[in-house]
Design a protein around this ligand. Structure first.
Ligand SMILES: CC(C)(COP(=O)(O)OP(=O)(O)OC[C@H]1O[C@@H](n2cnc3c(N)ncnc32)[C@H](O)[C@@H]1OP(=O)(O)O)[C@@H](O)C(=O)NCCC(=O)NCCSC(=O)CC(=O)O
Length: 443
């Protein structure tokens, strides 16, 4: 089997947003949500595209289009072309924005082998995926918000990595930026999705958070990649097709009927429930301890004054779920997990900011308890990201720790894809639990 080869940097260049003669747009003050999510550091996704042509063809026909379209997309999503900074006049206010002369650092790398290996679903070294999407280094005042490392695998394909610091935006805005770039590359101009909205006047600030200063660990987001390579972990992708999702929902709803209870029972709910149960069994958690799961909900349409879908920035809230481990690893574990997750989603009907006053403390407390966490959402349809060379053969969110899962649409269109990282022996155990749990479901 081909293994991931050495990644050599071929080119470091700068991409300036195509601003024309317009004045630099104003910087954006951080909102309560941005400050809240700045603690999460960066998130990054790798898009793999088949391209069975020599490197010279890539350099002549793909690279110039990727760069010119990126410049157009950066003009539209201008804060991403700039930096995070603390206001000169007010130390307690942080902002993101682009000023004249700022540009994005663009790295092109080459790797001789491993495209098909790295774009598979089987267990792959996390560190090899990390090398395709290195972090930009934060040094001094320059705190870049975006990096887009591109790696060409001659005669095989190429990868586009998109690394965004969470202080800039959530996954909904991230996906809009990437799809705008893709559409500009495909069509020569941005044809979709709709332009982002930057107005922050209606964003509430219940905790009066305005600055990332003093947020523990946020400076570490700029440390060198080598120090954080997850060399002991592998990542694998699991598919859950529509038929299994249907059976999971039926089984859960039948149990709910027997117990005379109702709750929100969606694809996201039953998928997370199944993964949570398998993860606990894999890690050998047991007993009367409480297991924790945290996920995020889009708050745009869950605020007193709804925020448009196109709003750029963070507009998500954390949701907390807890269930006794013994209930989760028991016979009806998937039901117990589904009920708790479904009820947490239903609770959002009372407004995304219900309970906001204890939110930071609760989040800190739960983080100490090693929760399972969720990133991504099937509704973002990452496989529709077409730069002009077809749909990606794989989209991977790089997960550098265990107990984190990603959830996305599937390339085939049948159901969802789930990603997790574990040590190899744990991954083998997880796979056994995942498959045997599905086999037990009634037809
Ligand atoms: C709270 C939720 C997770 C609950 O999801 P659910 O799917 O259970 O519930 P829902 O009300 O949204 O959807 C109910 C049903 O409608 C369908 N549905 C909803 N929106 C849809 C859309 N745009 N297109 C097609 N179908 C859609 C769902 O598939 C589901 O049906 P069916 O059951 O058939 O599927 C979600 O509402 C939500 O807010 N999702 C966004 C979360 C988010 O932004 N995550 C990224 C965070 S940032 C990040 O990830 C980066 C990081 O932190 O690392």
């Amino acid at each position: 089997m081909e293994s991931g080869g050495e990644v050599r940097v071929l080119e470091q260049s700068r991409i300036f947003p195509t601003m024309g003669s317009a004045a630099a747009p104003p910087s954006l003050l951080l909102t309560f949500f941005d400050v809240l999510w700045s603690t999460s550091g960066p998130f990054r996704r790798l898009f793999f595209y088949d391209f069975p042509h020599p490197a010279a063809v890539f350099a002549d026909s793909v690279l110039p289009k990727l760069k010119s379209s990126l410049s157009l997309a950066l003009a539209r999503f201008y804060p991403l072309a700039g930096n995070l900074r603390c206001s000169v006049s007010h130390d307690d206010v942080s902002e993101i924005g682009w000023t004249e002369g700022e540009s994005l650092s663009f790295a092109l790398a080459e790797c001789d082998s491993g495209f098909h290996e790295l774009s598979g679903d089987h267990a792959r070294d996390v560190s090899k995926l990390q090398r395709l999407a290195p972090r930009p280094i934060w040094s001094g005042a320059a705190k870049p918000l975006l990096a887009v490392p591109v790696t060409v695998f001659p005669d095989q394909g190429f990868t586009i990595g998109v690394w965004v610091h969470h202080v800039a935006c959530d996954d909904s805005s991230y996906t809009r930026f990437v799809k705008s770039w893709a559409s500009a590359c495909r069509a020569g101009e941005i044809v979709e999705p709709a332009a982002p909205l930057f107005d922050r006047m209606e964003i509430p600030n219940p905790l009066q958070l305005r600055s990332v200063n003093f947020i523990p660990g946020y400076e570490n987001s700029g440390t060198r990649e080598a120090s954080t390579l997850a060399s002991n972990l592998v990542t694998a992708t699991f598919a859950l097709g529509q038929e299994h999702i249907r059976r999971l929902k039926c089984w859960v709803m039948a149990k709910a009927g027997e117990r005379n209870t109702t709750f929100h029972c969606s694809t996201v709910v039953v998928t997370c429930a199944h993964v949570w149960v398998c993860l606990l069994k894999t890690l050998g958690d047991a007993g009367d301890e409480t297991a924790h799961f945290t996920f995020t909900a889009d708050a745009r349409d869950r605020l007193r004054s709804p925020v448009p879908e196109t709003y750029f920035g963070n507009c998500i809230v954390p949701c907390f779920v807890e269930v006794k481990v013994s209930d989760l690893v028991g016979e009806d574990g998937i039901f117990a997990a589904s009920e708790a997750i479904g009820k947490a989603i239903e609770d959002l009907k009372h407004g995304a900011l219900k309970g906001v006053h204890g939110m930071c403390e609760r989040w800190y407390h739960v983080t100490q308890k090693l929760p399972m966490t969720l990133t991504g959402s099937p509704k973002f349809k990452v496989y529709d990201t077409d730069f002009g060379w077809g749909r990606p053969v794989k989209v991977e969110t790089v997960l550098q720790k265990t107990r984190a899962m990603y959830l996305q649409d599937s390339r085939s269109g049948d159901g969802v894809e789930i990603g997790l990282s574990f040590e190899q022996h744990q991954m083998d155990a997880f796979e056994r639990h995942f498959l045997s749990g599905l086999k037990l479901l009634p037809e």
